[in-house]
Design a protein. Sequence first.
Length: 97
Amino acid sequence: METKGIVARVVAKKGKEQDVENFLKSALSLANAEPETIRWYALKFNHNTFGIFDTFPSEAGRTAHLSGEIANAIMANAEALLEQPPIIETVDLLAIK
């Protein structure tokens, strides 16, 4: 059962919105390769604001994800694609359906 999560929000630079959307869609294959990532969602809030919500069975799984390929790729491309650094929050899951 998932007990840990991450909520991340990123704001694309003007003109980079489609690049950010494409990047997030392409990251699904990376998430699928992470055995401790139970659920992974890429989100679009509006034309330039995107997010990721993912869940893990343990703190170890969450920590592995935060130092994994998706996080590394976001940070490596942040200056070119994002208005500001990503906002990343860790959460504890209280109830799941």
